[in-house]
Design a protein. Sequence first.
Length: 661
Amino acid sequence: MAAFIPVSGSAQSAGDVAFVGFNGDREDEIAIVSFINLTAGTNIYFRDEEWDESITSFGSGEGEITYTVPSGGISAGDVVIINPTTEAASDGGTVNETNSYNFGVSGDELYAYLGSDKDTPTTFLFAITTKSSWGANEIPSDLTDGITALPNIGGSANQDNGEYSGTRLGTISQLKSLIQYVSNEWITTNGIGDQDIEFDQTSFTLVDPPTVAFTTETFSVDENGTSIDLTVELVEASSTAVDVDVVFLSGSSTASAGDIDSYTTQTASFGSGAASGATETVTITLIDDTNFEGTERAVFRLQNNTAGSIVSPDVLTLTINDDDAPDIVINEILYDPNGDADGNGILDISDDEFIEFVNNESFDIDISGWTVYDDPILDLRHTFPSGTVIPANGALVLFGDDTVNPVGGFGGAVVQSSNESATLSLNNGGDTITLQDAEGNTVVSETYSGTQSDESITRDPDITGSFTDHSGATGSSTDFSPGTKIDGTAFGSATYAIGIRGSEGWRMISSPTSSTTFNDLFADIWTQGATGSDDPGGGDTQLSWNETTGTFTAPASMSDPMTPGKGYIVYVFEDDEFSTPGIQGGFPKVVSTDKAENNNFSIGITATDTDGGGISTDEQSTEGFNLLGNPFGTDLSVTALLDALEAADASAECKYSGMGS
């Protein structure tokens, strides 16, 4: 990839320098990128005061920053962070502040310009406003609205802080266009308290055209034996022909070459007359096998360009959704209870009915949105909530009536109760049970004859055998064994598991098990900020709330234990291996633990009078805010929790914000 270094000694015109960050909170830092080489001694001025083009003058009363390029100059693509409070620049350049520069947080303007007399600019370079649009006469004639004078940063007005967050690799024209795309390529913060952004100082890499890239970095298809096309774009042409190879990265993929018909490298070719935006495709043939493999990913990369440069996205992750049914077995059925199967101390022929499902695959299966029907009239009995996972070789027990909570360990199996009807309504005379996936495809269906009463029917041996009376099954000493094998031992190894769906972002999580470390729970996802994480120097991705200090705090090490009853917020990235090309993991993903469930324990709840004015009941106050989490593997009543808290301190007024039961 060839670097493109423009030859220029000082800023010349609008767009030679651009803003890539601003902080209205705390120290009012700004970040700029230069698209040309700047020689030592070049002065660039910054002012947060409204310009009036009708009289070609700034207003009065606002401050100004003068930044002087240090000895040795700076190279095109360099990012400089300028701090007016400390009068320092990240590159060692000189910074001087006059008249109390103060970038406002309720809508303000910021201009960058040249001029021997700072009060009468000779050339405007760039401007931004945090307002939704520029006012009359606020844009100097040197600048163009939406190109070198950007309004509505982040897509909404009056943002306190912002930073360009897009790619830093491309031609000058490409990168300038992305910086202008303020709705999608900028991140912003706004709200109560100091929320300034720690700017990225990574330089922009400026490259020569022609440039080529994939048109997308992700693509999802169903495994159906058809062919699909991957599209390569000539992003920026230069009257030069260019070829580029599309290579399958087997080492970065969970899909094998056999899943894509033993794909071999193909070449996308653009002639010298091709225009910017022209596209070429390479064809991938999917093999529709009969084995359930779960979601697989095939990663492709652009390589070996004959001219110009490859820009982002240069890697494409093809997600292949399996169309085969997983091996989930209906292993035990209790349709005529004569005992307290759900462990709540009450015999109820509706509540104690159950169906035991076993995941006979070697990997976890997320069954969110799957359904259970009572045939032959196809009555919907249950829809599995979002996040429901049957661990590899593990079990799930479905009881009747979700208004009654089952009590017990059930061998560590996932336990739920029918939520689409008051009972499973399993007929004593025989019935058909059907499990369907979220698309309505039948995963497994089982018909029983109804010849047994007062005990369950179970497969003997477990999983592979035929149904028989539980009391007569090999190794049995009971009439039923929900969640466990016939002899009472557990299925699988993971005791607790939960599926995380949707897109990357923050999740609220607590641990149901004792002596559980952050590494125990999150080793399979990308973590940052703690010793032993994937990126110890990265921003914190695991935080708990410290009520005394009123701040979120991060664990020092991944080996630190998670406190039972404490709630944590965890940032879950889509990619589980940033160091490997493409996206590994993706969504849905599963976190699990095989530790023992928490038993009796206590956790302190506090309220700190941080300002000396008494504990505030203001909704915006953090005084007395405690972030708690369910420390058990079963549902916990929020009402019962609040009652317990208020019983512990009769003067306490407890309120909560959250979801769940």
